[in-house]
Design a binder for this molecule. Structure first.
Ligand code: NAD
Length: 366
């Protein structure tokens, strides 16, 4: 036995491997078990980490009884995994965004975690990037004067990118609660993706401190010409009475304030962002007061904003936050937009948002 926190990781794809490597590299954790339904991925991970392994998450976690249950499966799997983590005694569950695919499921996840008394973190790890942190520093220094607007755009689609945008906008606005949102959406092709989403969604957020949030995600979002890599064409920032500061996920940061213009480097990089994310998990396990910056309650507030934007796109008008009652927003929005084509804002977006016919497998997976 060691005094390290024991971790089980479920879903040994791209993000599962990132997590497992970061836990293993941190001296406070050891990978005690891995799980995947894909045997090749499972065997590769079991060899790499020399640990217990299996294709059934409950069996692996029951045998290992980990301190940390981490799952990085695709978005359709959330509630079952949370249950497994709780039932097998984890003290902390680390999982991937999005929190859930509908408010109904998100509310269930929240209830399970609260009843089980288990800590949870959601991987919005971009905020550890040096350029993301620099923008936060400029905002907190007061150099922007009175901040009145926070904004975020991404060309990638909602279930991939919107929870990231909202998380960082909320962070830049001091994690203030939202009061209402109003949104619109267009295009139904990506509802057949494994990250099922409208092709384009955009909207406004009223925060309790009077700051306005403006967000756009998907095919109609503007280009970020400074960034080449399509998935990193994200711009997130804040404007105030004395200037603005913004981060480009793949292109550093810049600010214009009364002191003049300034800018600096930075690019989203899992190898740099995961170690401090994991280090903060150890901190929160050690001490209840060191709440993780990516804690579930904070992520849930962002998730509610995302679901409220979908509700507004379905019914029109403003939607109060916190949202009331459970709903399957994805189903309602997909029915509302059925057959609608999106109008992309750039040729690169047009290539990514082809009108997609539902593949039988993808349809079944919904
Ligand atoms: N935070 C980020 O920056 C970021 C980046 C990319 C993806 N993600 C998120 O990470 C999650 C996973 O994405 P990915 O790109 O790693 O996907 P992936 O397809 O590479 O990996 C998912 C793995 O889960 C396995 N799996 C599926 N069902 C399982 C089950 N019942 N039990 C055990 N294993 C199972 C699959 O076989 C696969 O190996 C998604 O929610 C995605 O949105 C987050």
């Amino acid at each position: 036995m060691t005094d390290k926190y024991r971790v089980v990781v479920v879903g040994m794809g791209k993000r599962g491997m990132h997590h497992a490597q970061a836990f293993q590299a941190n001296g406070r954790f050891e990978i005690a078990g891995v799980c995947d339904i894909d045997r090749d991925r499972l065997n590769a991970a079991a060899t790499r980490f020399s640990c217990a392994s299996g294709t059934d998450a409950f069996q692996v976690a029951s045998a290992v009884r980990p301190d940390v249950f981490c799952f990085c499966t695709l978005p359709k799997l959330r509630t079952d995994m949370i249950r497994i983590g709780i039932e097998t005694g984890a003290r902390l569950i680390a999982f991937e965004k999005p929190v859930a695919l509908s408010s109904g499921e998100g509310m269930e996840v929240r209830k399970l975690l609260a009843t089980g008394g288990v800590k949870a973190v959601v991987s919005h790890q971009h905020r550890y990037g040096q350029h993301y942190k620099k923008v936060k520093e400029v905002i907190d220094s007061g150099a922007l004067g009175r901040v009145h607007t926070v904004y975020g755009t991404a060309t990638g689609w909602m279930m991939h990118m919107l929870s990231h945008l909202i998380d960082y906008m909320r962070w830049y606005n001091g994690d203030v609660k939202a009061e209402w949102v109003m949104g619109q959406a267009g295009g139904s092709g990506k509802f057949y993706d494994l990250h099922p989403s409208p092709d384009y969604i955009a909207g406004f957020i009223q925060f309790a401190n009077g700051v306005r949030g403006i967000v756009e995600c998907g095919a109609g979002a503007p280009d970020v010409p400074e960034v080449d890599y399509w998935w990193r064409k994200c711009r997130i920032g804040a404007q105030g009475t004395d200037g603005f500061a913004e981060v480009l996920t793949g292109g550093g940061w810049r600010a214009v304030t009364k002191a003049g213009a300034s800018s600096g480097p930075g690019c989203m990089n899992y190898d740099l962002d995961m170690p401090p994310y994991v280090e903060d998990i150890a901190g929160w396990l050690d001490d209840d007061r060191r709440v993780h910056p990516c804690n579930f309650n904070s992520a849930y507030e962002g998730f509610e904003i995302m679901m409220a934007l979908c509700r507004s796109a379905v019914d029109g008008g403003q939607v109060s936050v916190p949202i009331a009652g459970a709903m399957d927003e994805r189903q309602a929005l997909s029915a509302r937009l059925a057959g609608r084509k999106v109008l992309p804002s750039t040729p690169a977006n047009a290539k990514e948002y082809l009108p997609v016919k539902p593949a039988p497998e993808a349809t079944a997976a919904r």
